[in-house]
Design a protein around this ligand. Structure first.
Ligand SMILES: Nc1ncnc2c1ncn2[C@@H]1O[C@H](COP(=O)(O)OP(=O)(O)OP(=O)(O)O)[C@@H](O)[C@H]1O
Length: 235
């Protein structure tokens, strides 16, 4: 997609010490055992956690370092987590329109953008429903649309399929794959199927350190740790 930008990250934190570079439009999967620091890494990027040292640059702009903490709302970073966390008092379409407006669209344009996204995620006709009237899978699709409608420069996916049943997860995975449209993305998952479906490259994070990184199929073909070998064998 034109407009995709590269991201360069050096996260230094009590729990994580990692250096990552994403080319514009690249989808990078991060896998690692429980407690490895995956969520801490995403929190440091989204701004929920401060960096102890290191930095986050997006498209050459310094977003954060040890001295400068840009709040999450001003980072132009989208986040889709395990739960959709939609605004409950707004309809599905209003949730998306709100994000489009915060991404710079006018009020009228944001309504049109919301309608377009409802179609893209396969939910045209449900725009008037409130989150309480949507299934988990539908809510996650709205949350994806909301994240992308703000035109983030970096998208973070934190196990977005893990709270869904197998069928809803597979459907959402397809929607995500089709709708990323070149958005530079980091996806954290425990499932190699998610990484294989979405990612160009793969990082293994263990005990807060990167133990292996490279093109997804190369990494899976020659795992460098017991954990990586177990993941590769689970394909
Ligand atoms: N500020 C901190 N100082 C020291 N340790 C921390 C700090 N913040 C988090 N930790 C620890 O770092 C570890 C990494 O936790 P994190 O939740 O990031 O792992 P994770 O890879 O996302 O695990 P899971 O897959 O289970 O969600 C945990 O043991 C956590 O307690």
């Amino acid at each position: 997609m034109s407009g995709a930008v590269d991201a360069h990250v050096v996260v230094t934190h009590a729990a994580v010490d990692a250096r990552l570079t994403l080319a514009a439009g690249e989808v990078l999967a991060v896998m690692g055992p429980s407690g490895a620091g995956k969520t801490t890494l995403l929190d440091a990027l989204s701004g929920l956690t401060r960096l102890d040292d290191g930095y986050l640059d997006i498209d050459g702009d310094r977003i954060a370092d040890a001295r400068q903490h840009t709040p999450p709302s001003r980072r132009s970073i989208g986040l889709l987590g395990q739960e959709a966390l939609l605004f409950p008092h707004m309809t599905a379409a209003e949730n998306i329109a709100f994000a489009a407006q915060s991404g710079g669209a006018s009020r009228d344009a944001s309504r049109a953008i919301a309608a377009e996204w409802m179609e893209r995620v396969g939910l045209a006709g449900l725009g008037g429903r409130r989150p309480g009237e949507l299934s988990g899978g539908q809510s996650q699709r709205i949350a994806l649309a909301r994240a992308l409608a703000a035109r983030p420069r970096l998208l973070l996916l934190d196990e977005p399929f893990s709270s869904l049943d197998v069928q809803a997860a597979a459907q959402l995975r397809e929607v995500v794959r089709d709708q990323l449209q070149g958005t530079t993305t980091i996806v954290v998952s425990h499932t190699v199927a998610d990484a294989a479906a979405l990612a160009d490259s793969l990082v293994f994070l263990e005990h807060g350190r990167i133990t292996q990184q490279g093109p997804l199929y190369e990494v899976l073909a020659s795992p460098a740790s017991d954990f990586a070998a177990a993941v590769a064998a689970s394909r």
